[in-house]
Design a protein. Structure first.
Length: 180
């Protein structure tokens, strides 16, 4: 059985990989893979402030690596950080992998989480310390992605963008150029 574990940092990937052994491949996403576009607002104010995420240019290789690894995995385990940022990263990775491997991105009535079909569900694990015991405990108690945390991160990101795009030009005129 081959298991794919996706974390955010390469340091965590190496450490966790030593704990888990050869049945696990641990890959770092290096943070977010999707973001709002840099050159425009990226929020559709006419459609309930829907964000217009796009793949970050420097993450194409990382996503390709994750796609290749997921094709050979029996389990795909999302082990990003346990805060709302980590939850959003896990959610976006699950979406990208579900879309890329012909898995249907579906919604359960509760979580609206991307789900793999067949024998490869996405599992979300969280841990508060990087020890073998904590990792083993998390692997024995996987959960779904918490859509409430994802929504909270999305709302914060959209609000930051709206305020930044609308307020920064005023600050530049009234206070000092370059403030954000």
């Amino acid at each position: 059985m081959k298991n794919l574990v996706i974390v955010e940092s390469p340091t965590k990937a190496r450490t966790i990989g030593r704990f888990l052994g050869s049945d696990y491949e641990v890959i770092a996403s290096m943070g977010h893979i999707y973001d709002l576009p840099k050159s425009k607002l990226g929020v559709d104010t006419e459609k309930d402030f829907e964000p217009q995420y796009e793949l970050m240019k420097d993450k194409k290789k990382t996503l390709d690596q994750l796609k290749r690894a997921s094709k050979n995995a029996d389990r795909i385990i999302l082990a990003t950080d346990l805060d709302r940022e980590g939850e959003a990263i896990a959610y976006h990775i699950a979406q990208a992998l579900a879309d890329s491997t012909s898995r249907v991105a579906g919604s359960s009535s509760k979580s609206h989480e991307p789900r793999a079909t067949g024998h490869k569900p996405f599992e979300r694990i969280v841990f508060h310390e990087i020890t073998k015991e904590a990792i083993d405990e998390a692997l024995n108690n996987p959960r779904e992605v918490d859509k409430n945390l994802v929504d909270a991160q999305t709302a914060r990101r959209v609000l930051d963008r709206l305020v930044g795009y609308k307020l920064s030009p005023i600050l530049w005129q009234k206070v000092r150029r370059g403030l954000s």
